[in-house]
Design a protein around this ligand. Structure first.
Ligand SMILES: Nc1ncnc2c1ncn2[C@@H]1O[C@H](COP(=O)(O)OP(=O)(O)OP(=O)(O)O)[C@@H](O)[C@H]1O
Ligand SMILES: [Mg+2]
Length: 478
């Protein structure tokens, strides 16, 4: 069957992506180090033991991610992926019989190489290139917010006080003293400055200068348009975990091109997402396939300069999220970008070429080579430097979870488009997704801390607050 017509080489030949899923495993590519070509497959039941995709620029990482996402989707596993350059978006469109891709298919023995489009949902923190993704400030919590704002420990202390104070006020009856957006956070922080002497004995010291610093950092966040991210309707994480009526996993693509200009927002947001998944999903033990696979591109941004508490959180979430049925695949240039304690948990490994110009890079290659289960037929260290584009050293978990011997593998060509969507194609897919469109398009601004403090800080409001301390006498409802 032939799809859209066009210039030679641009035709599509429609095929069923499920052809690449067999016996509970997904085809990644074909290795040839033995006498016979061997299929390199990722076992779905071990896909929650996480993975690592590495390689220098232009070596084929994004295409490998696309192949992984296609395989999972075909197997009915929803995927979440950050799209750094916009090129992963092509997964939403049927690919073409481009000569390069056909040649690769032939090289690895796929004779009937065909194309397909995959069910895709687009998300965007800024709301431009996908459905808006929002979280409330409260959900993000003081630890991640401090990281986002680059606060020092004493400054983080004040942020903690603000969160606790608001929580206590809610507890005491002022239910809408919620910190939903940056406007709310700003007014609660302000309030901490004003009430410094009153709250000192219960919560601790709040210096006016610290309040000033936090306010300025909030301004920076607003300038980075992070104010679009904080608020409601907040993302319901279950909206990522969807399958189509014919049983295919939805691929959720997060537009990250613009987000990458603010690396801290990017990494904090993704860490928040992981943490949310970890907290909201029930314990499920080992399943025959994951509930969701999370592809975390440019993962070094997560670890760079991360304070100890954040690193511990990453390590803990990575370790524990496995039993919630979520597989996390970190994608970065060099395996050395990932701290050992996280790296030790990444069982499925795909290493594209690395270049060694400096002694430091040579050392990184040696270290990368040592993480693989060695194969007597391959000089791993040398192979890493010789790999061609779209070729990788691959070691995947099998059986009871033991890694396969490392093999030089040609990654299969994707069935969907290699390269980005046009803005029009993208916009029409976003609009066509009616459920998410109507749920998330409009910002909601209900009464929260900002409005509460405004009303409490009027003259009448202040009297009312004082009187409310004697609710029994004056008959106030708290
Ligand atoms: N498995 C493959 N089969 C066929 N062609 C491939 C394959 N992998 C990569 N290529 C070709 O190589 C090009 C570059 O690959 P890709 O964009 O995945 O590199 P990358 O490592 O993500 O680069 P960057 O670091 O710049 O994002 C692709 O556009 C495609 O033409
Ligand atoms: Mg790429």
């Amino acid at each position: 069957m032939t799809g859209k017509s066009g210039t030679p080489g641009s035709q599509s030949a429609i095929a069923d992506p499920r052809d690449y899923v067999q016996d509970g495993a997904v085809l990644i590519g074909v290795s040839k180090s033995g006498h016979e070509p061997a299929a390199e497959t990722l076992e779905l039941s071990l896909a929650n033991r996480h993975g690592l995709v590495t390689g220098a620029t232009g070596t084929g990482k994004t295409v490998t991610l696309q192949v992984l996402a296609e395989g999972f989707s075909a197997a009915g596993v929803p995927v979440f992926a950050a799209d750094i350059k916009g090129d992963l978006s092509g997964i939403a469109m049927t690919g073409t019989q481009a000569p390069k891709l056909v040649a690769r298919a032939a090289e690895i023995g796929i004779n009937n190489y065909g194309n397909a489009a995959f069910p895709t949902v687009f998300w965007d923190i800024f709301g431009d290139a996908g459905h808006p993704v929002r979280a409330t400030v409260q959900e993000m919590g003081p630890l991640l917010l401090s990281r986002l704002m680059e606060l020092t420990e004493p400054q983080e202390g004040v942020l903690n006080i603000a969160f606790r104070w608001a929580a206590d006020e809610r507890e005491a009856g002022d239910r809408n003293m919620t910190i939903l957006d940056l406007k709310d956070l700003r007014s609660v922080i302000d309030e901490m400055g004003k009430r410094a002497s009153e709250i000192r004995s219960k919560y601790g010291h709040v210096a006016t200068s610290t309040v000033g610093v936090i306010q300025r950092r909030l301004l920076v966040l607003e300038e980075q348009a992070a104010d679009k991210f904080f608020g409601e309707p907040a993302l319901d994480i279950m909206d990522f975990i969807k399958t189509t009526p014919d049983g295919r996993g939805v691929v959720n693509i997060l537009a990250a091109e613009k987000l990458m200009d603010t690396p801290r927002l990017y990494s904090t947001f993704l860490l928040w997402l992981l943490t949310e998944l970890f907290e909201k999903l029930p314990e499920v033990g080992d399943l025959d396939k994951p509930k969701l696979v999370f592809l975390f591109d440019e993962a070094h941004l997560l670890f760079n300069e991360a304070p100890k508490a954040v690193l511990e959180q990453i390590e803990r979430v990575t370790r524990l999220i496995r039993s919630k049925g979520v597989g996390v695949y970190y994608v970065t240039q060099s395996p050395a970008d990932v701290p050992d304690r996280v790296s030790a948990q990444l069982g499925n490994r795909i290493q594209h070429a690395l270049r060694a110009f400096t002694p430091k890079e040579q050392k990184a290659i040696r270290a990368a080579a040592q993480t693989f289960r060695s194969n007597p037929a391959i000089d791993t260290e040398r192979a890493i430097q010789e790999l061609k584009v779209g070729e990788a050293l691959v070691s995947l978990l099998h059986g009871k979870g033991e890694p396969s011997m490392v093999e030089r593998t040609l990654i299969r060509p994707p069935m969907s488009r290699v390269g980005p969507l046009t803005p029009e194609e993208r916009a029409s897919l976003v609009e066509a997704d009616k459920a998410n469109f109507s749920k998330y398009r409009q910002t909601l601004d209900r009464e929260s801390a900002y409005e509460r403090l405004q009303s409490r800080n009027t003259f009448g409001g202040q009297i009312k607050e004082k009187l409310s301390k004697f609710p029994n006498i004056f008959g106030f409802k708290k």
